[in-house]
Design a protein around this ligand. Structure first.
Ligand code: SF4
Length: 358
């Protein structure tokens, strides 16, 4: 079992600028030029762990590399793209908390991630690199939870909550538990895929102690299911914590039924239930990573012929601007207009648009 020092060293010494990458890792002139403009641009910083870098092959179209290497294409934004693509800001009763669905809320625990995914829909938040939620910031969150007993699940997201220390996570969970004794935590994390050494016995005992908790992990490619990562998933499941996974449908990463089937079957073999396959959100500068929705539907139809319901996630989209999550295959489609598909939100009954082309 990994000890607490391993992951802290790996996190501290992850690659934070392109110039520090190993000399045999090829970086194009365009990538170098774009990286110099990133500090002033509305894009997340660059960060990759040595572990995740080791999964990448040294070619520009490698599916692992595409997920962490900043691309000059991020400078291009399209008219449909938004700073807050899920419209979370309008459902925020106090800083760091989002309450859009009646029975569940989302806590932005930190802006830090071990690896900054270039497709991140919350990139406008993660790029600010907010620190771990402080004791003072927790006070209004606790009050809100006490007053809203209808919230039965709390998603711990950000950023990645598992970049925090065991002490910080333990303190956070115990305060939230005291405020809302029956709440179920959902630990939303990319850590098992990008820094598996972080899944230590100490962390799991902190989470199990303050449970019930579920892990919701994020995997996009079968190569992310390395022996180290599978071992981390096994540690979570063996600790008695159920695990679901989410995948984002990404152009040039996993936009084929065969690749996704291999990933989902690998997750089931690791005792992880594939939960959602997400259509890419309309975050600014991510068009080059989005698979068009019609292509996504074709891929999903094929997946249905290949996988059992256990291995098949729901294909879903978060309606842009705050319409909430809908399944793309359950009849939410209302029509088409101006190059968009229109969908009815089950939350507010309004019609929202998603563009057919990027
Ligand atoms: S780990 Fe999650 S929050 Fe962090 S950059 Fe990736 S998708 Fe965004």
């Amino acid at each position: 079992m990994a000890d607490d020092r391993d992951w802290k060293i790996q996190l501290k010494y992850r690659y934070l600028d392109l110039a520090s990458l190993p000399p045999d890792f090829e970086v194009s002139g365009g990538e170098r030029a774009f990286a110099k403009t990133m500090a002033g641009a509305q894009v997340p910083p660059f960060a990759v762990t040595g572990y995740y870098l080791s999964l990448a092959e040294n070619r520009v179209d490698d599916p692992i590399r595409r997920q962490f290497m900043p691309s000059p294409e991020e400078a291009r934004t399209t008219p449909w793209e938004l700073d807050d693509p899920l419209g979370e800001n309008r459902f925020s009763p106090c800083p760091r908390l989002v309450h859009q669905y009646r029975d569940r809320a989302l806590l932005l625990t930190t802006g830090a991630c071990a690896v900054y995914c270039r497709h991140c829909f919350r990139r406008n938040y993660t790029r600010r690199e907010e620190g771990f939620i402080s004791d003072r910031e927790l006070v209004p969150v606790e009050s809100y939870l006490r007053e809203h007993g209808e919230i039965s699940q709390l998603l711990l997201s950000g950023g990645d909550v598992l970049t925090g220390s065991d002490d910080r996570i333990g303190n956070l969970l115990s305060r939230l538990r005291a405020a809302s004794p029956r709440i179920v935590f959902r630990v939303c994390t990319r850590i098992p895929a990008v820094l598996p050494a972080r899944i230590t016995a100490g962390l799991l005992s902190v989470i199990a102690k303050e449970g019930p908790a579920w892990f919701v992990v994020h995997y996009n490619h079968p190569r992310e299911l390395s022996p180290e990562s599978l071992s981390a998933l096994a540690r979570i499941v063996d600790a008695g914590i159920p695990v679901l996974s989410q995948t984002v449908l990404l152009r040039g990463v996993n936009d084929s039924a065969e690749t996704l089937a291999e990933l989902f079957q690998g997750l089931v073999a690791a005792r992880v239930k594939p939960y959602y396959l997400f259509q890419g959100d309309l975050a600014k500068g991510t068009a080059h990573l989005r698979t068009p929705i019609d292509e996504g539907l074709m891929i999903y139809s094929k997946l249905r012929t290949m996988l059992s319901p256990l291995a098949l996630p729901s294909y879903a989209v978060d309606l842009p601007g705050g319409g909430g999550k809908i399944s793309l295959t359950d009849g939410a489609l209302v029509g088409a207009a101006d190059g968009c598909r229109t969908y009815r939100s089950p939350l507010d009954g309004l019609v929202y648009r998603y563009p057919v082309e990027n």
